[in-house]
Design a binder for this molecule. Structure first.
Ligand SMILES: *Cc1c(COP(=O)(O)O)cnc(C)c1O
Ligand SMILES: [Zn+2]
Length: 422
């Protein structure tokens, strides 16, 4: 039995039954939202029934997911999610902010946010008995799919641009996926993957194209919701001057726009269940050289015009974002906005986060770079409580990381040698 009612097209609102479609809307190619049976969930569960579950993973939110729990319980797939939130007091002070936190998605099994999507898509693939799962990826989505697939013995095929950072390619190969490097961009790999999945009957995980990627990514919103209820109570106790109702502002880096759409979807699910009364403010951050969604946002349109992307942040380097429409709405429907940052700002942000013990890849540090700009330009106020997402580990791209720092000095191994450089 399906755990969801069906799908609704994000463009034309046509609804489909679970067995009717697999990927996008047959009429207009629009991305599909999974429609849960909210009435049934409300009848069966109170918020406490979910928050009191003891899984330290995204499976804690099983009652709100459109898949069944996968068999077994001690694989990386079962350990995805439930990432920590850290306070950043020294950086808050620098930016003249009172309340600043970071949710560290680099702690996921393959070290990026993408594990959330891949855990759910691999689970779905097993439910519909697909033998092979395929994805296009700039690196992280592939590593996540390869890792989750390996964890449960599923076959995976990954298409990535040949320019993908070495660590990401190493992950793909080590996880035993069939890895195909494409002499082209991520966008070329994306289109080829769709064709290959049609030709060979493989189940396609492609970001945005597969409706279940958002269903995995939305679990971050559930974790933020739970964390926020507690954090909010805590700091309200300490400082009674704070406005009890200041909404949380969340900063997310954006490439295809699927993470920001997923976080938005999670909060919309909670709103539909009546478990929250309003949505947090969601702010998307793009690299200046890969800003198709930001362009649409400021043009006041949901029509996404492709760009020719160039940025050091490879995970958000996208010509034609595959979840642009929903990504624009994540900001317009939450009183949020979009910002762009230069590669230079992204590199600086890697070093700044490093001073708090957090190691982010360029796309991971992009959200923080956006916050720096937002704080300087008044997009956020000093009282606003802020949560920044770090979406991926710095170990994914050490070449970029080394651009953020001075090289270490080399000395002869003597005290004299040491004294010369101190
Ligand atoms: C994929 C990715 C993003 C962006 O997510 P989109 O859904 O493409 O917007 C950001 N940071 C990292 C590290 C990623 O891997
Ligand atoms: Zn449609």
């Amino acid at each position: 039995m399906n755990k969801f009612n069906g799908y609704r097209c994000s463009i034309c609102n046509t609804e489909y039954l679970p067995g009717q479609v697999t990927y996008t809307c047959p009429k207009d190619g629009g991305n599909l939202d999974v429609v849960l049976d909210y009435d049934d969930i409300k009848k069966k569960f109170h918020p406490e029934d979910v928050t009191s579950r003891t899984e330290a993973s995204l499976w804690k939110y099983l009652p709100l997911l459109p898949v069944n729990e996968p068999a077994g319980n001690s694989t990386p797939l079962h350990a995805t999610g439930w990432t920590p939130v850290f306070a950043l007091p020294r950086l808050a002070e620098k930016l003249h902010l009172k309340h600043l936190w970071l949710k560290d998605e680099s702690r996921n099994p393959t070290a990026s946010f993408k594990d959330r999507a891949s855990a759910i898509v691999v689970t779905r693939a097993r439910e519909i008995k697909s033998e092979v799962v395929v994805t296009a990826s700039t690196g992280n989505a592939g590593a996540a799919l390869a890792g989750m697939a390996a964890a449960v013995g599923q076959k995976a095929v990954i298409f990535a641009p040949k320019s993908a950072p070495q660590a990401k390619v190493a992950q793909l190969l080590i996880f035993g996926a069939k890895v195909i490097l494409v002499d082209g961009t991520y966008d070329d790999a994306f289109d080829l993957t769709v064709k290959a999945s049609q030709e060979f009957g493989w189940y396609c995980r492609n970001t945005g194209y597969n409706p279940f990627t958002v269903e995995g990514k939305k679990t971050a919103a559930f974790e933020i919701w739970e964390w926020w209820v507690e954090a909010h109570q805590e700091w309200h106790k300490k400082d009674n001057a704070l406005d009890e109702h200041s909404p949380l502002t969340i900063f997310v880096s954006v490439g295809d726009g699927n993470i920001i759409s997923g976080i938005h979807k999670g909060f919309k699910d909670l709103l539909a269940l009546g478990w929250i009364s309003h949505l947090p403010r969601i702010i998307g951050v793009q690299a200046e050289g890969s800003a198709a969604i930001t362009n649409a946002f400021y043009a006041g349109t949901e029509t996404i015009t492709p760009v020719s992307a160039t940025t050091i942040a490879d995970s958000i380097s996208v010509d034609l974002p595959r979840d642009g429409v929903r990504a624009v709405r994540a900001a317009t429907q939450t009183n949020g906005t979009y910002l762009t940052v230069e590669d230079e700002d992204i590199i600086k942000a890697i070093a700044e986060l490093g001073t708090m013990g957090i190691f982010a890849e360029p796309a991971g540090a992009t959200a923080y770079a956006g916050l720096v700009k937002a704080a300087a330009t008044g997009v956020v106020g000093s009282d606003d409580p802020i949560l920044v997402m770090n979406t991926g580990s710095g170990l994914k791209d050490v070449r970029a990381a080394l651009q953020a720092v001075q090289p270490a000095p080399v000395i002869e191994p003597t005290l004299n040698g040491l004294k010369k450089i101190l």
